[in-house]
Design a protein around this ligand. Structure first.
Ligand SMILES: C[S@@+](CC[C@H](N)C(=O)[O-])C[C@H]1O[C@@H](n2cnc3c(N)ncnc32)[C@H](O)[C@@H]1O
Length: 426
């Protein structure tokens, strides 16, 4: 079977490649697809599925994929790829819509084929653009190209140059088995993400806000159905509840110990519902002020399916140059988190999940995490794997995990990193 007859899709990954790969693989599993991992790197993921599917739908569910599309061919060189430009299949694949003129660009990504090969392919881009243009013109097709100093077009560049509506983006992947050629079908809706982060009425950078893409990936990690009851007991300005609503989860509770946070969440949800045309009547959202250590007095026992939350990550004062302060803060946070889990145990259904952020402090070159894993185990919380199911070829994913098999979400310049953990009440 030729590559074109197969269903091979590519995903260009966001900043945390590990979380992003987990997100794609789990979403495909949840949607019931039968698939295998063909190639993966810190930049991209190539997946072959048994049946074809609508990538646009998948993209709406995913938290961090930058662009995605379909693979057309696998060749041994760029020359072999160019030799196909005049074929009917190539033209049908890349130019399905009839236009008087087209524009196109080429992006190059590494998919495990090594740095040398990646560079060789990148150096061939300017001449390839010219050759492809003249081959199309010989066929009577009016076409122009966009050249670029960088290896790739960002999602912003693809959108701003109208590459998807006025032409196409060819994407080359340097893999061990050769060079894959694909076409971008969709790019991330970066404007919407930015609006949801910076455009909402109430923001609280001091208390900290979880980035919307991370919130979305955490919600996906819960692996629960959309009708189930979700709780964020440290809702802050409501990012988690925002992303839950947009993903179609309709049964939600948000709480926080601060009255200001509850007010901020209300304002932000009002804004979100009107800005994104969500119908309030379709949702059941409860918001109230409560300390997490007493949350079971406000939520019925054994009713919550998933708690997805970014808790209090410690005082910024403790992220200082004093190791003693760091250790003291960790101790305080360990106590708070353990008390919170005791409460979670009461209100979670059996088999319910907790997707949570633990802070990781950095002092000089050392990292300090919360050491409460054993207590949580004794309490009846099992730390579970990130992947719902391991697909064929999963070892190619090369996930970047810590010694305790966790993922760290790190942002340059931040003194506290986020450790993403998933637990199940057993
Ligand atoms: C890091 S913020 C959460 C941010 C939220 N994920 C967002 O994106 O807006 C932590 C929140 O925990 C709340 N908090 C701190 N201690 C708490 C406690 N004991 N019980 C409940 N909420 C608490 C704070 O008021 C703050 O809003």
């Amino acid at each position: 079977m030729s590559v074109m007859e197969k269903n091979i899709y590519f995903f260009v990954l966001g900043t945390n490649h590990t979380l992003c790969k987990i997100d794609v693989v789990n979403t495909l599993t949840r949607e019931g697809h039968d698939f295998l991992i063909l190639a993966a790197s810190e930049e991209v993921l190539l997946i072959e599925t048994k049946d074809s599917f609508k990538i646009n739908f998948l993209m709406a569910e995913l938290g961090s994929v930058v662009k995605a599309g379909r693979i057309f061919s696998l060749k041994q060189s760029v020359e072999e790829i160019i030799a196909e430009v005049k074929s009917k299949e190539f033209q049908e694949f890349f130019l399905p819509q009839k236009k008087e003129s087209y524009r196109f660009g080429i992006s190059v990504y590494g998919a495990g084929g090594g740095f040398k090969r990646l560079n060789e392919i990148f150096y061939q881009v300017p001449s390839s653009l010219r050759k492809i243009k003249s081959l199309f013109e010989e066929e009577g097709i009016n076409i122009n190209y966009l050249s670029r100093k960088e290896r790739e077009f960002s999602s912003v560049a693809v959108k701003e140059h109208n590459l998807l509506s006025e032409g196409f983006e060819m994407v080359l992947f340097s893999a061990k088995e050769g060079v894959y050629l694909g076409k971008t079908e969709i790019v991330q809706d970066y404007e919407s993400y930015s609006l949801r982060d910076y455009g909402r009425p109430a923001r609280d950078p001091k208390a900290g806000m979880v980035p919307p893409k991370l919130a979305k990936m955490m919600i996906n990690l819960a692996g629960k159905e959309k009708k189930e009851l979700f709780l964020d007991p440290f809702c802050g300005s409501g990012t988690m509840l925002q992303e839950l609503s947009l993903l179609g989860y309709k049964n939600l509770i948000g709480s926080d110990s601060s009255a200001k946070s509850i007010n901020d969440t209300k304002l932000n949800l009002e804004w979100l519902f009107s800005r994104f045309n969500l119908n309030k009547k379709d949702f059941k959202i409860e918001l109230f002020q409560a300390d997490v250590t007493k949350i079971s007095s406000k939520v019925n026992f054994k009713t919550v399916s998933a708690i997805v939350t970014e808790p209090y990550l410690g005082s910024p004062m403790a992220r200082s140059f004093d190791l003693g302060k760091v250790k003291k803060e960790i101790k305080k946070l360990e106590e708070l988190y353990l008390k919170a889990f005791l409460e979670f145990r009461k209100i979670l259904k059996d088999g319910g999940g907790v997707v949570i952020i633990f802070p990781v402090f950095r002092f000089k070159s050392e990292f300090f995490s919360l050491g409460i894993m054993d207590e949580l185990k004794k309490m009846g919380f099992e730390k579970i794997d990130y992947l719902f199911k391991k697909p064929e070829g999963w070892e190619k994913l090369n996930l970047n995990l810590t010694q305790r098999y966790s993922v760290i979400f790190f942002r340059p310049g931040q003194t506290v990193s986020r450790e993403i953990l998933v637990f199940k009440k057993v």
